[in-house]
Design a protein around this ligand. Structure first.
Ligand SMILES: [Zn+2]
Length: 232
C-alpha cells in the first residue's frame, strides 16, 4: 500500500504504477509513505539536512520525500522528463529496506536502485575508466558520502546490471537480503551466491566496460561532467 501525504491524482497514479511494478519484481508489498514538495526549504526542513543538486528525492526507511515534477529542474540536475526514473529509484530504496534493513554495502543499495530505474550511463564510465572508484570505498555510508559523484552511482548500477544479466535480478536481490555491515561476511555471501569472489567479478565487469560498444552521450550536462572529471 502507498499512502500519500499531499498530492494530485495524476501523481498518485504514477507512483502507484511504479509501486506495482516493483512489487512484482520484489514479490513484496511494503507500506510506503510518499510526501511531495514544491519548495526546497520545506524539503530540507523535513529531512533536516541540505540537498545537493544530484538528489531529486530522498528515501528514509519506508518513507519517500520527492520533488513534484515541475520543480525538478529548478532545484536539481534533473528535469521533469526524469520524473518516473527518479521516483522509481527512490521507491526501490523503500523496497530494499523491506528486503533487508541494512544499507551496506552502499554500492549494492544504490546500484540496485539506479539499475532498476535505468539511471546510469555506461559510456560515461567507459570514458572515465581511469576514474572508477574502488568498490571498497563504496561500502560504508561515510566513504560513499566522501565520493558522492555520479561515477559512484553509475558504476554501482553498471556492476549490478552486469550481475543481474549474468545471473538474474532475483539473484542480486538474494544478495541484498544478505547485506551486512561486516565486509568479510558480505564477501563470503557474495562468493557463495555468485560462485566466484567479488574481486574476480569486478575484473570481469571492468573488462566488459572497457570493450563494450555504447551509444554516445546525448545530454550536455553529462558531457560536461565527463569533461570536468577528465580534467581533474
Ligand atoms: Zn539512491
Amino acid at each position: 500500500m502507498v499512502k500519500f501525504i499531499n498530492t494530485s491524482e495524476s501523481l498518485k497514479k504514477l507512483v502507484k504504477d511504479i509501486y506495482f511494478g516493483l512489487s512484482r519484481q520484489y514479490k513484496l508489498k511494503p507500506n510506503i509513505i510518499v510526501e511531495f514538495f514544491e519548495d526546497k526549504k520545506k524539503f530540507e526542513g523535513k529531512i533536516k539536512r541540505r540537498l545537493d543538486a544530484l538528489e531529486a528525492g530522498v528515501a528514509y526507511k519506508n518513507r519517500l520525500f520527492l520533488f513534484v515534477p515541475e520543480k525538478l529542474s529548478t532545484y536539481t540536475l534533473w528535469t521533469k522528463q526524469n520524473t518516473r526514473k527518479i521516483y522509481l529509484h527512490e521507491m526501490a530504496h523503500a523496497f530494499n529496506f523491506q528486503l533487508n534493513k541494512e544499507i551496506c554495502p552502499i554500492w549494492l543499495e544504490e546500484g540496485i536502485a539506479s539499475y532498476l530505474s535505468s539511471m546510469y550511463n555506461e559510456r560515461c564510465l567507459q570514458l572515465l575508466f581511469d576514474k572508477l572508484i574502488d568498490f571498497n570505498d563504496l561500502f560504508f555510508k561515510e566513504d560513499w558520502n566522501k565520493q558522492k559523484t555520479i561515477i559512484a552511482y553509475y558504476q554501482s548500477a553498471s556492476f549490478v546490471k552486469y550481475l543481474a544479466r549474468r545471473y538474474s535480478t532475483e539473484t542480486v536481490m538474494s544478495l541484498k537480503k544478505k547485506s551486512t555491515k561486516d565486509k568479510a561476511k558480505f564477501e563470503q555471501e557474495f562468493s557463495k551466491i555468485f560462485k566466484r569472489n567479488l574481486h574476480s567479478h569486478i575484473s570481469d565487469w571492468k573488462a566488459y566496460l572497457k570493450n563494450a560498444k555504447f551509444k554516445e552521450i546525448n545530454t550536455k550536462w553529462l558531457r560536461d561532467i565527463v569533461k570536468n572529471e577528465k580534467s581533474q
